[in-house]
Design a protein around this ligand. Structure first.
Ligand SMILES: [Zn+2]
Length: 346
């Protein structure tokens, strides 16, 4: 994995309490993309006066292009907030060829370590551009101002490697893998999971070490994806169940929560060490229960029963959903603990 390690420090980072303080004085003339709450938390810390501050109200490409048209001449663009504010800054930095600084104020998404910006064309997500922050600023105090449950949700896309790697291996065994299978990548993914498992208490309490572990996990995952050219090791049946539910219910979810439910159910369908991964999700206080997401039992049941058709129709990556039938008996068994843990579910 030497090649992977060579990329490890590819994103310049600044970690610390008050890490963002006065960064505005180091980056020339700058503009900010943000939202109300993140800006309230950070505007007195950033130092220097931004040439412009844009409150991001949409991720439509046409809207972002209109911001670029009115952008004053700048050396840097600073994205402050969650995924959207950061992605808007990435898009602008890429289009204008200027320096990007990202200051995530919440960890619920990995937008701040990925290179492409997720923008919308007619409400459909497209990933475009290729930029990296210089630097990525992780200010522990700023991140702790976000709701704890949302920061914890950041663990969802790390734990998903547990089920996604299983699916990739399964696909390989059946001669159905879309990408050349790599045991090295699976080993690297497992190593990230093992490391995360030792910091579950810190992630639950959102300590400095917990925040750092999540960010470093994301960065390591991003390095793997960068060298592999795909996210097969991180996305599998646990995400596919979520896509089905999202289409069925036509509303957004907190990503880490719904992915957590996917991990809970798909690790059981895979018979893949589900006790341990469930224990980890419980220990970290990940809110993956259907009732917490307003998913009635009948809806979850219908979704599970449709998954096999759904992944075939969408031509999604080959996974356990292609090979194992989901029966009423199985649903009864797999959801039994969700029932006892949360009576509202039934
Ligand atoms: Zn995800």
């Amino acid at each position: 994995m030497a090649a992977i390690n060579d990329h490890m420090n590819a994103i310049p980072t600044r970690f610390g309490r008050a890490a963002m303080q006065n960064i505005g004085k180091e980056i020339g003339r700058f503009a900010v993309t943000t939202m109300d709450r993140p800006w309230q938390v950070t505007k007195d810390l950033i130092g220097g006066a931004p040439a412009a501050v844009y409150m991001i109200v949409s991720m439509e490409q046409s809207y972002l292009d209109s911001l670029i048209e009115e952008l004053p001449t700048c050396d840097s663009i600073v994205g402050i907030g969650g995924g959207q504010a950061v992605d808007a800054a990435k898009y602008i930095a890429w289009q204008k060829g200027i320096r990007l600084v990202t200051i995530p104020t919440i960890l619920s998404t990995d937008a701040f370590v990925t290179e492409a910006a997720g923008v919308r064309r007619d409400h459909r997500v497209v990933y475009i551009g290729k930029v990296r922050p210089d630097p990525l600023v992780i200010d522990y105090e700023v991140i702790r101002t976000a709701p704890t449950a949302l920061n914890i949700a950041g663990i969802g896309d790390l734990l998903s490697m547990h089920t996604a790697c299983f699916d990739w291996e399964l696909a390989e065994k059946q001669g159905r893998s879309e990408y050349p299978f790599s045991a090295d990548i699976v080993r690297a993914a497992c190593a990230i999971l093992t490391k995360v498992s030792t910091t579950v208490g810190d992630i639950r309490e959102v300590t400095d070490a917990g925040i750092r572990a999540l960010v470093e996990g994301y960065m390591e995952m991003n390095v793997i994806a960068h060298s592999a050219g795909h996210w097969r090791f991180e996305e599998g049946s646990e995400h596919f169940l979520f896509y089905e539910l999202e289409e069925r219910l036509k509303r957004p979810f907190i990503h880490g929560h719904i992915v957590g439910l996917g991990i809970y159910l798909m690790s059981r369908l895979q018979e893949n060490d589900y006790q341990n991964i469930t224990q980890m999700m419980n220990d970290v206080n990940l809110a993956y229960f259907p009732s917490g997401m307003d998913i009635p039992r009948a809806v979850l049941q219908a979704s599970l029963k449709n998954c096999h058709q759904f992944v075939k129709q969408r031509n999604l990556w080959f996974s356990i959903l292609n090979v194992k039938e989901i029966t009423d008996d199985w649903i009864e068994w797999a959801t039994a603990d969700l029932e006892t843990k949360n009576a509202v579910f039934f």
